[in-house]
Design a protein around this ligand. Structure first.
Ligand SMILES: NC(=O)c1ccc[n+]([C@@H]2O[C@H](COP(=O)([O-])OP(=O)(O)OC[C@H]3O[C@@H](n4cnc5c(N)ncnc54)[C@H](O)[C@@H]3O)[C@@H](O)[C@H]2O)c1
Ligand SMILES: [Zn+2]
Ligand SMILES: [Zn+2]
Length: 381
């Protein structure tokens, strides 16, 4: 089969690999019909994620058709169209029983902090991902669901990560009616978080980025007010000015460890590797939220130290909530919202690229070229 293969930072190739085999009775093999490139894949592509091994296949946002099932699989049959959440989890451990699917204790021998994620380095379990013609889906009775009739393939695809994550980001903000919600980052996760904030009762939604084409999309898709942080002297001061000098009720960080906007953070993180990432957006969130407010962190941070202003968070009495999204937990509500016409997730897709040209897809998305917001990888039938 053809598969995306990592060859080192900024080097992606398509190579021939063996079709994965059933390794455990509850495995399924899924023939991928659509995959996407996530902002998290960029951290791998940039060589930021520890233990990202040459030869591995990325891709944790994908849907497909069941090609083969192991002998104990009960919920799926060959030929079923399935959406596969980006988390791999057992469904029965202490954490899964609490709905913390992304914190499953049974699927990742390499780390205790995080569970399993498809195609996301050996730190996250070493599973190959879905930017390939076929993928092995472990614990097939637990994660995947059959795509409901009437749900568009591309909408289903976005439920497996970006949409579920954005919605989860708004949920963790504990938004109450009328709240002013600020979202840092106008990528796919930020767009969905901003849109979801309205569904949870926000009174005002402000999206911040430095890419005008993404901010324009946030106005159109997420009905948000926007601020380009490069056009104001001090983004925190600007936020205070716009919120009666109190600060926002809720701030969502949809940027993560590769944030722009502060040269010192950038140099100590990317160039000198003195910290695991540049937490500029997170520090802006701490400064820009009101005392007693809530910060929801969806942006990904690596396991290493980052210079976060924790003292300010402490003295302001902030609630900070964060996790890798347990994608499937959001599906029942998301299906209702999509069916009711409250949102059409596929509206954020800007590029559709065949697997053979996936390196171009990574480049466009990483360099933010050609208006790229979300790229879908397509496959021959
Ligand atoms: N928690 C989860 O489960 C989960 C799931 C998916 C993605 N993520 C993470 O969410 C983040 C966003 O993902 P995405 O797919 O939207 O990625 P993306 O790279 O498309 O979006 C990030 C956006 O942040 C903007 N940005 C950079 N610095 C900024 C700053 N200082 N202030 C405001 N905006 C800034 C960028 O211009 C970009 O538009 C990534 O870190 C990704 O790893 C987490
Ligand atoms: Zn992702
Ligand atoms: Zn578990």
């Amino acid at each position: 089969m053809q598969a995306m293969v990592y060859r080192g930072p900024y080097k992606i190739r398509v190579e021939e690999k063996n079709i994965p085999k059933i390794e455990h009775p509850n495995d399924a093999i899924v023939r991928v019909t659509r995959a996407a490139i996530c902002g998290s894949d960029l951290h791998l592509y940039h060589g930021m994620m520890p233990d990202t091994r040459v030869g591995s296949t990325f891709g944790h946002e994908f849907i497909g058709v069941v090609h083969e099932v192991g002998p104990s699989v009960q919920n799926l049959s060959v030929g079923d169209r399935v959406m596969v959440p980006f988390n791999i989890y057992c469904g029965t451990c202490y954490f899964c029983a609490k709905g913390l699917y992304s914190n499953c204790h049974n699927v990742n021998p390499n780390a205790t902090a995080v569970g399993g994620i498809y195609g996301y380095s050996h730190t996250c379990g070493g599973y190959d991902g879905g930017q390939a013609e076929y993928v092995r889906v472990p614990l097939a009775d637990v994660g995947p669901s059959i795509i409901p009739d009437g749900l568009d393939d591309e909408d289903a695809l976005l439920m497996t990560d970006a949409l579920a994550t954005g919605y989860f980001g708004a949920q963790l903000g504990d938004i109450v009616e009328g709240d002013t919600v600020v979202v840092f980052g106008a990528g796919p996760v930020g767009q969905f978080a901003a849109r979801s904030a309205w569904l949870m009762g926000a009174g005002r939604v402000i999206v911040i980025d430095h890419l005008d084409y993404r901010l324009a999309k946030a106005q159109e898709f997420a009905y948000a007010e926007t601020i380009n942080f490069t056009e104001v002297n001090d983004i925190v001061l600007e936020l205070k000015k716009q919120t009666d000098w109190l600060g926002a009720d809720v701030v969502i960080d949809a940027v993560g460890a590769e944030a722009d906007g502060n040269l010192l953070q950038h140099i100590t993180a990317s160039k000198l590797k003195l910290q695991g990432g540049s937490p500029v957006a997170l520090n802006w969130a701490i400064d820009g939220v009101r005392k007693g407010g809530t910060i929801s962190v969806m942006g990904a941070y690596g396991p290493l130290f980052s210079a976060v202003k924790f003292g300010d968070a402490m003295n302001k009495g902030l609630t900070i909530r964060t996790n890798q999204a347990p994608a499937k937990r959001q599906w029942p509500r998301l299906l209702e919202h999509i069916a009711a016409g409250h949102l059409t997730p596929r509206d954020i897709i800007t590029h559709r690229i065949p697997l053979e040209h996936i390196a171009e897809g990574y480049h466009l998305f990483s360099a933010k070229l050609d208006g790229c917001l979300k790229t879908v990888i397509t496959f021959e039938d």
